[in-house]
Design a protein around this ligand. Structure first.
Ligand SMILES: Nc1ncnc2c1ncn2[C@@H]1O[C@H](COP(=O)(O)OP(=O)(O)OP(=O)(O)O)[C@@H](O)[C@H]1O
Length: 566
């Protein structure tokens, strides 16, 4: 079975095909809990011809401890080293990838390896799952030369995996207790809505539930999720679907130098509908973008304001959020009649970007510079010099310039180029204004000339529950997929592409997305019958139930209507 899977994945049977990723930045529940266990276990294998390996859930080697240094060269020669991915789909049947694939400990002896070059080894792999959530975190593997193969390797791997689980529980216990303590203190002392967020924890007090309706709560939780893992304190203003602006103040909780999570105080609310004149809230209808939610409307207003004052603007936001689309729409509305030259730093060479900017500047056109963070420092400096000339020589009605970037990838705030841009407007990610999804989908379907295609309320609800990591671009590609299949009628929940049928919030690995799609498709094929779908996929019923839960797969069996009856 595992060999069949390896064959289907086109694994090279002669060369280990492990991909490399940089594992240094990885500091996770697993690596933290595993560190003392690996230290202790490494002492047990001292001078033994065995290596003890820890991987993440995708099979990427995170840590490698050697009992006998002589084994290092042999393992390096097959890339069984930190940073290399030992998933079954990369290197074929092996102790790490196959135990992760089947979700159970197993020993793969020399000849059982799919890849010829791995047959000189025997590996015992045991998956590590989270003791509370059951999520798959990674695997422990013990590898030795085939001639030293021993059934005890498997017992040892299982034992190490179990110790790591216990350690996670112990650490989580300590961290969760600290978070809980801060949460209770905050609830008692502030008398305000409070949320606690940890790696595996989300707690909301009664007051939050009383003060905010369910859509506002969902928006607050979304903003709060974005703060997960942050180690510094900060405050942000969140525009909620009801029109209220909430001030969220986040404070991290530490145990020594370990982050336990954070407490979010929802301190203040300003009802924009009351404090602002109504006319300001109603942004004009822009022709080329859709959206009427409070969050989107405020962004439009801010951008229109900057453009009207001819303030040079940074449109900050996640890729695909609609930064360029909004700049164009606002420009069209405010500076109707003036030319806006759009230069995409990712589509052209640096030389050609500079040439396009020079031409636009010479012609006195307005300018949209997209994704400048893709240029290197010298090219950004050169553009900065060019724009500085424009800035100092032009009158108040001179050209308007906007750039798009994602602050976390872009040049530092202090970069001279950014000093010429007094205004930054953050274009919200789609998950922060999902109320716009029905209108946005309609708008995008119309631009695809699929005016007769309608999304059912259940399908829209499902789309609104997704986290849309690629934002509107992502939504657009999903709708394009749907349009390729049909161009009229009603799209029901079960007609949505597989990727939209699960609501997991974490970013899936390529392998996980393939697995999720396979589960969704098998369920669709077998009308939601999990037992038959599991059989078709070659997995146990228990596994398919786990996968459906893990990926948050939504499946509703199509109702079977008997013909001939009304
Ligand atoms: N509110 C919206 N209404 C209609 N279409 C939108 C909206 N937001 C984004 N889009 C569409 O989604 C796609 C991505 O938008 P855009 O190119 O502006 O993304 P961006 O990544 O934020 O900007 P940039 O291209 O500068 O990186 C475009 O096809 C755009 O027309």
């Amino acid at each position: 079975m595992s060999w069949e899977r390896s064959q289907q994945a086109n694994v090279d049977p002669d060369q280990p095909g492990a991909d490399y990723i940089d594992p240094d930045s990885l500091d996770t529940v697993l690596t933290r809990a595993a560190a003392p266990v690996l230290d202790a276990m490494a002492r047990e294998i001292d001078n033994e011809p065995v290596s003890l390996i820890l991987t993440d859930a995708s099979g990427t080697v995170l840590r490698r401890r050697l009992g006998d240094a002589g084994l290092a060269a042999a393992l390096d020669s097959v890339h069984l080293a930190p940073g290399f991915r030992y998933a079954e789909s990369n290197v074929g049947t092996n102790g790490i990838g196959t135990s992760l694939e089947v979700g159970a400990p197993l020993l793969i002896r020399g000849d059982e390896h799919y890849n010829g070059r791995l047959r000189r080894f025997s590996c015992a792999g045991a998956p590590v799952t989270h003791p509370v959530t059951g999520a798959l975190l990674g695997a422990v593997d013990l590898t030795t030369l085939a001639e030293n193969s021993n059934a005890l390797l498997l017992s040892f791997a299982k034992m190490v995996a179990q110790r790591i689980r216990e350690q996670i529980l112990e650490e989580a216990g300590e961290l969760d207790r600290a978070l809980l303590r801060d949460y209770h203190l905050a609830c008692q002392h502030t008398g305000r809505p409070v949320i606690a967020i940890g790696e595996e924890v989300l707690m909301i007090n009664q007051l939050t539930q009383r003060v905010f309706d369910s859509r506002d709560q969902a928006a607050i939780i979304d903003h709060t999720r974005d703060s997960r893992g942050r180690t510094e304190q900060f405050t942000l203003l969140a525009d909620l679907p009801s029109g209220v602006t909430a001030r969220l103040s986040y404070r991290p909780t530490f145990v020594d130098d370990r982050l336990a999570g954070g407490i979010v105080h929802v301190r203040e609310q300003v009802d924009r509908r009351r404090t602002r004149p109504r006319a300001r809230v109603r942004a004009p209808v822009l022709r080329s973008v859709a959206g009427t939610s409070a969050t989107w409307t405020r962004t439009v207003e801010e951008m229109i304001d900057a453009c009207t004052r001819n303030e040079w603007l940074v449109a900050d936001g996640e890729p695909g959020a609609g930064r360029s689309a909004l700049v164009r729409a606002v420009h069209d509305h405010v500076r109707n009649g003036r030319i806006l030259v759009s230069v995409d730093a990712t589509a052209s060479s640096a030389q050609s970007v500079l040439e396009q900017v020079v031409t636009a500047v010479d012609e006195g056109s307005d300018l949209l510079l997209r994704q400048i963070h893709h240029l290197d420092g010298e090219d950004i400096d050169a553009i900065g010099d060019l724009l500085l000339d424009v800035c100092s020589n032009s009158a108040t009605d001179g050209p308007w310039v906007a750039i798009t970037l994602h602050a976390s990838d872009g040049p530092a705030d202090t970069h001279p180029l950014l000093r010429m841009f007094p205004k930054t407007v953050t274009v919200p990610p789609l998950r922060h204004h999902v109320e716009d999804l029905p209108e946005l989908s309609r708008f995008l379907l119309d631009t695809m000339e699929a005016g007769r295609l309608v999304l059912s309320p259940a399908a829209v609800n499902q789309l609104a529950r997704l986290s849309w990591p690629g934002n509107v671009t992502h939504l657009k590609s999903v709708l394009e997929k749907i349009c390729r299949r049909r161009r009229s009628g009603t799209i029901e929940l079960e007609d949505l592409p597989a990727e939209c049928r699960s609501t997991t919030r974490r970013r899936l690995t390529k392998l996980e997305s393939l697995e999720r799609d396979a589960v969704v498709e098998a369920l669709a094929l077998h009308n939601g019958d999990k037992a038959t779908a599991a059989k078709a996929l070659g997995m146990s019923r228990a596994t398919i139930y786990r996968k459906v839960r893990e990926y948050g797969i939504e499946y509703r069996a199509r109702s079977v209507r008997s013909r001939g009856r009304p």
